[in-house]
Design a protein around this ligand. Structure first.
Ligand SMILES: [Zn+2]
Length: 380
C-alpha cells in the first residue's frame, strides 16, 4: 500500500500554469479566462487549452484532459507515480509531520478556492439564463410555434415555458477566443425550472425559419459546419444550471401521473398524440439530468443505480404517484436505459408508493419520428 504522505495533495496545489512551465509548454496566449496554444504531444494548434482558474487542461485532438498531474502524465508519457515524482520529488523516507500537515492545509485551501470559483461561475450562468428568459417573448404565433407544428406538435394550450427570440445570439466557446457570439438567429427559448419553480437555465433551439420543422444548420466562426470529430455543431444549447430542473410543458394537474421525455419535441409529441391527456408532461432536458449521479461500480460505466447522496438530482414533485420515462430509440440503448433506470429508481426510493415505467420508442427513432409517421397515416 502506498502511504498517503501528502505528496498527491502537494502536487494538486501547484498552479497548473507552473506545471505547464516546468513541462516546457510555452507560447500560450490568453483567450478569455483560458490559455490556448499548441499541444506538446500532438502539436495540434489552438486545440490545446488550459484553464488556470479551474486548474484543468484539455486537448481536443488527443481527446485528453485533466489536472496538473494528468498534464505531466500526458506530456511525459508516464504513469501517475512518475508524474508525482516529477512534480513533488520522490517519496520521503520519513515524511516530516509538519510538512505533511502543511501540504494538506494547502490542498484544502486550493479545494475551497476551486469550489468558490465554481459557485461564482454557476451564479453567473443562472443570471445570464434569467436575462435571456426575461428578454424573450411568448412563443405562440412565432417561428417556435411553426417549428413544432411542422414536427406534428400542437398544444391544447401553448406552454408559457416556451418563449421565442427572433435574433438571439448563439454564444459558444471557440478555441483561442473564449465564449463568443457565433451569429444571431431565431431561437425557441425554453425555461428550465427548479423544484421551487425558479428559472435556473434556458434550453435554446435555433430554428430555420425558412424550413419549418428544421433546426438551423450552425456555421462556426471559421465557416465549418462540423467539429473535429465530424459532428454537426449543436443547434441546441443550454445556458444556466439545469441540474434538477425540467421544462414544464403542461401544469402539474391532479392526476398524479407524470410523463417525461428527454427533449422538448419528444415530450411534446406524447402530448400531441393524445396519450394520457390528464398527465403532466415535463421534458427532462437531458438523460444525465434525468438520471442524477449513479453509484460507481468497478468496470461499469453506467450502473443504473442512483447515488442517493446526489441531493441536487431531479425528483418528481410531491403528489406524483406514477412516473413514465420515454426512452428514445435513436440513442445508444444500454447507457440510455441505465440512466433512465437510475432516475426511476431514485424517484421510487425518495417518493414512497411511486411506481415507474420506461416506455421505449421503436429502435432507431424517437417519439417525434413516430408522431410524424402517425400524422402521415392519419392523412391516408
Ligand atoms: Zn494533443
Amino acid at each position: 500500500m502506498i502511504r498517503d504522505d501528502g505528496r498527491k495533495a502537494a502536487a494538486k496545489v501547484i498552479p497548473i500554469l507552473e506545471v505547464a512551465q516546468r513541462l516546457g509548454i510555452g507560447g500560450m496566449r490568453r483567450a478569455g479566462v483560458e490559455r490556448v496554444g499548441a499541444c506538446p504531444v500532438c502539436g495540434g494548434r489552438d486545440r490545446f487549452s488550459i484553464n488556470p482558474a479551474r486548474g484543468v487542461w484539455n486537448c481536443r485532438i488527443c481527446d485528453r484532459g485533466g489536472d496538473g498531474l494528468a498534464l505531466a502524465e500526458h506530456v511525459l508519457a508516464c504513469n501517475f507515480q512518475a508524474a508525482l515524482d516529477f512534480l513533488v520529488g520522490k517519496a520521503d523516507v520519513a515524511p516530516d509531520p509538519a510538512e505533511v500537515a502543511r501540504r494538506k492545509a494547502a490542498a484544502k485551501a486550493a479545494e475551497r478556492q476551486r469550489r468558490d470559483y465554481e459557485a461564482r461561475a454557476r451564479a453567473r450562468a443562472i443570471r445570464d439564463a434569467r436575462e435571456i428568459w426575461h428578454a424573450a417573448k411568448p412563443g405562440e404565433g412565432t417561428a417556435a410555434e411553426e417549428y413544432l407544428a411542422a414536427r406534428g406538435v400542437r398544444f391544447p394550450a401553448w406552454p408559457p415555458t416556451l418563449r421565442f427570440s427572433a435574433s438571439h445570439p448563439y454564444m459558444k466557446h471557440w478555441p483561442g477566443r473564449g465564449v463568443v457570439e457565433w451569429f444571431r438567429g431565431p431561437c425557441m427559448i425554453a425555461g428550465v425550472q427548479d423544484a421551487a419553480g425558479r428559472v435556473t437555465a434556458v434550453h435554446q433551439t435555433w430554428v430555420d425559419a425558412r424550413r419549418p420543422g428544421s433546426k438551423l444548420a450552425i456555421t462556426a466562426p471559421d465557416g465549418s459546419l462540423v467539429d473535429d470529430k465530424g459532428k454537426k455543431w449543436p443547434a441546441k444549447l443550454v445556458r444556466g444550471s439545469k441540474k434538477g430542473g425540467a421544462v414544464r410543458l403542461t401544469p402539474l394537474g391532479t392526476s398524479g401521473v407524470m410523463i417525461m421525455g428527454e427533449g422538448i419535441e419528444t415530450t411534446a409529441s406524447a402530448i400531441a398524440a393524445g396519450i394520457k391527456p390528464a398527465a403532466a408532461f415535463w421534458a427532462g432536458v437531458d438523460l444525465g439530468n434525468m438520471a442524477g449521479r449513479q453509484v460507481k461500480l468497478e468496470g461499469v460505466r453506467h450502473s443504473g443505480q442512483p447515488d442517493l447522496g446526489d441531493t441536487d438530482a431531479w425528483l418528481p414533485p410531491d403528489g406524483i404517484t406514477q412516473l413514465v420515462f420515454i426512452q428514445d430509440g435513436d440513442s445508444d440503448p444500454k447507457p440510455t436505459r441505465a440512466k433512465l433506470l437510475s432516475g426511476i429508481r431514485r424517484a421510487a426510493a425518495c417518493r414512497p408508493g411511486l411506481r415507474g415505467w420506461i416506455v421505449k420508442a421503436e429502435t432507431g427513432r424517437d417519439l417525434n419520428d413516430m408522431r410524424m409517421e402517425q400524422i402521415e397515416n392519419d392523412r391516408d
